[in-house]
Design a protein around this ligand. Sequence first.
Ligand SMILES: C[S@@+](CC[C@H](N)C(=O)[O-])C[C@H]1O[C@@H](n2cnc3c(N)ncnc32)[C@H](O)[C@@H]1O
Ligand code: SF4
Length: 412
Amino acid sequence: MNGHPSAPNAAPPAPSSGVEPHTEPRPASAPLHPPPLSLYVHLPWCVRKCPYCDFNSHEGRGALPFDAYVDALLADLDHDLPLVWGRTVQSVFFGGGTPSLFPPCHIDRFLQGASSRLRFAPGCEVTLETNPGTAEHGRFELYQQAGVNRLSFGIQSFDDDCLRRLGRIHDSREADAAVKLAQDAGFDNFNLDLMYALPQQTLAMAERDLERAFALQPTHVSHYQLTLEPNTLFAAKPPAGIPDDDASWDMQEHCQALLAANGYAQYEVSAYARAGRQCAHNLNYWRYGDYLGIGAGAHGKLTLGHDESILRRWKVKHPGAYLASAGKVEAIGGDDRIEPSRRPFEFMLNALRLVEGFELDLFALRTGVAVAEIAPQLQQAVANGWLAIEGGHARPTEAGRRFTNDLVSLFL
Ligand SMILES: C[S@@+](CC[C@H](N)C(=O)[O-])C[C@H]1O[C@@H](n2cnc3c(N)ncnc32)[C@H](O)[C@@H]1O
Ligand code: SF4
């Protein structure tokens, strides 16, 4: 991912009737510049649905229609191409679902088709999410040959009892083996997803998970607190022994320190990286960059040059409906024009997740709204001790990071 609670592709904005013209008075404007462009590709199937997961992921039964789905992705891309004419793609992310269920030849066919339609920047980061339960000997070499240069493993925990309680299809031995297969194939840039505050997990167990992760030398670790998402099995019937708020906070603080001590600097709420190995794709989301969203339920956000507007577009969610309509207008689940008055909140929702914060100039460039428009809220955030502003740069303080929701709400 695209990391979970932060994933822009996780929560659809409220649908609207379609692309509407500007109807309300605009706040003082600044020139709106097209930001860097990323490509998100959603691959929606999994071996089994995990009981805590609210992603658009579906248990794949029988033979999956890989070929037809790649055709649909390319048709979807063709349909959206006029929205990004002439722009260069800086990063690609295959998210899911379980993208590693797709044999490499299909990833290869998609990337070849995409690169004949779009320009990719030299060194473009191409990430593929991988479930260790789907790793097979020989696959990683072929993903690499197809153009994938970064992997993100859904490890969750290295404790076999925790993995069983989470309904995972793999054990810790398979997790180690999958990462080693990828390393042997030459992947040196990979993320490990871990979750903490798991049912019956103690602080010592959460720390042990990190130690096991460090032993594999990842360049990046995503460390998510388990959340009970509506419409999941865990929400309907919460498992016994979920750590309470105090215990979860304690785990987060200790784990953060352990990550730092091992050379993983926190740069976002749940993201930690070795120097120079931050995820370019997710950074673009958090800096309110643009992304084209291709695939069932995928979300996109695009700055359109011709009328200086920002468009959010999402695709129909169900894989069957998507397969039947990709490339046609019926595949569009909704379009939402983001009026200038909504942009400060959207920008802050993303940028304030970053430890480094943001340049005030970037706010104006990305939103087309003058910084003067949000001066009262910025002052309030500083007065509350949530934001530090110095030399044109705004950075959330320790308190601001702890109360991110309150801080962001100032900009509603
Ligand atoms: C799309 S999944 C990753 C790839 C693959 N599907 C897998 O699970 O192995 C993205 C990540 O989100 C995290 N995640 C999913 N549901 C979560 C939840 N309810 N609470 C916290 N993190 C969650 C997990 O760490 C998961 O690896
Ligand atoms: S494998 Fe990943 S995407 Fe699929 S259900 Fe489990 S957590 Fe969700």
